[in-house]
Design a protein around this ligand. Structure first.
Ligand SMILES: *Cc1c(COP(=O)(O)O)cnc(C)c1O
Length: 648
């Protein structure tokens, strides 16, 4: 790592923006305002206007909505729909490509009604369609998608009911494509379509070769679970030919997996799939559509790398490369350009929601604050450590990096020796505690000096910054960020205010479940992945809130969340601006305690009765009075009605 020069200029909002990387992962949607607050750019009319998240939260609080709250921005969703569709349209124009782009949105990535409504309403100008992976998703899709030029792609395992529904929708004029995920589905589809007198529109999902799967085996890897291999594919073609139905085979589909960070892997898959597509055309299938599935990645860490939290390409490049690869292969094979479908989910909805939480408490790491009194007969090691501390009072301008390194080396040596002597019984408990206190106070001092002597990522630097506070945030990782827990995904986290101030603490963020996994201890900031996040010292005494935003949580997080520790859905609100004024819509209260308890089959009435019995026997045995019973029951009932998160 490069050595960063000492910094003496006062802290500015730009330093905060750099530190938290908001201008990298924020993609122009999020930024820091001159007031030191995180702003989201919302479209008021045509021009985006920055709106402060703290202001939004303030308005919510005035209306009685508590934190944590999930805020949705329909503007960002629409912006993404534009970016993807216009990306393909301009790539198509530039390359003089003969086919159309007709994207579909995969419902499973965020099934919220608002999302489906926006995709079908706003996306209509692009004939943007839907992908349904199950019967319930198809049932939702058919209620909203009535554009005869958009596609409804049906993936997933299909029973008779699913197939009939799809065929009936086709009869009514919608473009529904039934994708074969397994060879065995074909017989049932053909049987049902004969019965209903419909010629089905068929797609087939192809399993890409193992070699190309290697690139993303860490992120997706479902290429091996779904789809037909090449000989199964030929089996389908032969069967359709025998039945005189080769004209029904219209589409080739594949899905590489989600969040594919490397554009090279994308190109490789498109190339292979286009070859297969051309082969199917030459076999006599009608074809006309190539569906590239999902996988378009976004950068959660703000880097442009090919790591799983990152992406080494943007939407524009993705579109251009896809078109180029298809053009090359089809030209060689002499096959007309197919229409293109992509099923990008994450890239369309991730930016759309932000979780705002408040910090409830802080467990500060504050060693060596008390005065340590040593005696003549205290162990020599303690006197040695105390001598190192005398350096603290000296003229800091004369301090060199080498001297700091020396102090560090000595402190580590004395501390280790002290521990050994403790194990041999030569040093007492209180003495060891004094020694460790001094050691940590030296580390704290060193970490404060790094700024003036320069950083270089050395062992010393790492040691002196492991001193982290625990910040307790009002949220549940399991409910709101399931992928953080399940697959170690990184999400951008940062304070939404106080960004004119330099953060002075280093923190791990704990949630309010009592699970040891209920924490965030991997953050992308300052250009690397760190175990802690620089944060400000909250001033709880002044009654001030300290609020953090957790960003890019619009994809996959909402419905994967669970009720660990019975913490339920958070409050939710959609925010936009109209004529310069904030507009709150679709406010949904999060789960109440009694709702969450009924999900796990408690009956709230029965709970109250049981608790009342306990209270009544306490009255009988004179532990409490009848009036106290009333108050206690009142509190229990209020608890049942309340929010599952910490209320203020
Ligand atoms: C999950 C899924 C998608 C969405 O993938 P993203 O990486 O979110 O774009 C698309 N197609 C299929 C078949 C899927 O299973």
């Amino acid at each position: 790592m490069e050595r960063r020069p000492p910094k003496t200029a006062p802290w500015t909002i730009n330093d905060s923006a750099d530190l938290y990387g908001i201008r990298e992962w924020g993609h122009g949607y999020f930024d820091v305002s001159p007031k030191g607050e995180v702003v989201v750019n919302l479209k008021d009319g045509k021009k985006p206007k920055p709106v402060s998240l703290s202001e939004i939260v303030k308005g919510l609080r005035e209306r009685g909505t508590q934190l944590p709250v999930l805020i949705r921005f329909g503007d960002l969703l629409r912006w993404r729909i534009d970016e993807l569709n216009e990306g393909f349209h301009s790539a198509i124009k530039e390359a003089k490509y003969q086919g159309l782009y007709r994207g579909v949105y995969p419902i499973k990535v965020n099934q919220q009604q608002e999302v489906i409504e926006e995709i079908t309403r706003y996306g209509r100008k692009y004939h943007y369609g839907l992908e349904a992976g199950s019967k319930p998703e198809l049932i939702a899709a058919l209620a909203y998608m009535h554009d005869p030029e958009a596609y409804i792609v049906c993936n997933g395992y299909k029973d008779e009911e699913f197939i009939d529904l799809a065929l009936n929708a086709q009869k009514m004029g919608l473009q529904v494509i039934l994708v074969l995920e397994m060879p065995s589905e074909l017989a049932l589809i053909l049987e049902r379509s004969k019965k209903m007198g419909v010629r089905p529109t068929l797609g087939v999902r192809f399993r890409l070769s193992a070699e190309s799967a290697g690139y993303w085996s860490g992120s997706g890897g479902d290429a091996s679970v779904f789809g037909l291999n090449i000989s199964q594919l030929m089996g389908v073609v032969d069967h359709l030919r025998d039945q005189g139905m080769l004209d029904c085979l219209r589409m080739l589909h594949y899905h590489q997996g989600s969040q594919i960070p490397n554009i090279r892997a994308i190109r490789q898959a498109v190339t292979e799939a286009t070859r297969v597509y051309c082969g199917l055309v030459k076999e006599g299938a009608r074809m006309g559509i190539l569906d590239l599935g999902g996988g378009l990645a976004i950068s959660y860490d703000g880097f442009k790398g090919a790591t799983s939290a990152s992406s080494n390409y943007g939407t524009k490049e993705y579109c251009a490369d896809v078109i180029e690869a298809i053009t090359e292969v089809t030209a060689e094979a002499g096959v007309p350009h197919p229409d293109i479908i992509t099923e990008s989910g994450r890239a369309v909805v991730a930016y759309y929601s932000v979780l705002v939480i408040n910090i409830l408490d802080v467990n500060r790491f504050e060693p060596g604050r008390g005065k340590i009194e040593l005696h003549k007969d205290s162990p020599q090691l303690l006197h040695n450590l105390a001598e190192l501390r005398e350096e603290f009072g000296k003229d800091a301008s004369k301090l060199t990096r080498d001297r700091v390194q020396e102090i560090y080396n000595d402190a580590v040596y004395y501390r280790d020796k002290l521990r050994t002597e403790f194990n041999y019984g030569k040093v007492g408990l209180r003495e060891r505690s004094q020694g460790e206190e001094m050691y940590w106070s030296i580390m704290t001092w060193i970490s404060g000096k790094l700024e003036s002597v320069g950083h270089d990522g050395s062992q010393m630097e790492r040691m002196s910054t492991v001193m982290t506070d625990y910040y307790y945030g009002n949220f549940s990782v399991f409910q709101s960020l399931p992928d953080l827990w399940a697959i170690d995904q990184i999400f951008p986290v940062m304070p939404i205010h106080r960004l004119k101030e330099k953060p002075t603490r280093n923190a791990v963020l704990s949630d309010i479940t009592c699970d040891s996994d209920g924490k965030i201890d991997k953050f992308a900031h300052g250009g690397e992945i760190c175990g802690s996040l620089p944060l400000h010292d909250p001033d709880f005494e002044k009654g001030e809130d300290y609020m953090l935003g957790i960003f890019l949580v619009g994809a996959y997080q909402e419905t994967l969340g669970d009720l660990h520790n019975l913490l339920g859905d958070t409050n939710v609100v959609s925010v936009s601006i109209e004529n310069g004024k904030l507009k709150y819509r679709r406010e949904q209260e999060g789960d109440s305690v009694s709702e969450v308890l009924s999900y796990v089959e408690y009956d709230p009435k029965d709970l109250a009765t049981r608790f009342r019995n306990l209270a009544e026997s306490a009255v009988v045995s004179k532990r409490i009075t009848a009036t106290e019973r009333r108050e206690i029951m009142g509190a229990y009932d209020a608890g049942l009605r309340g929010y599952t998160y910490f209320e203020t």
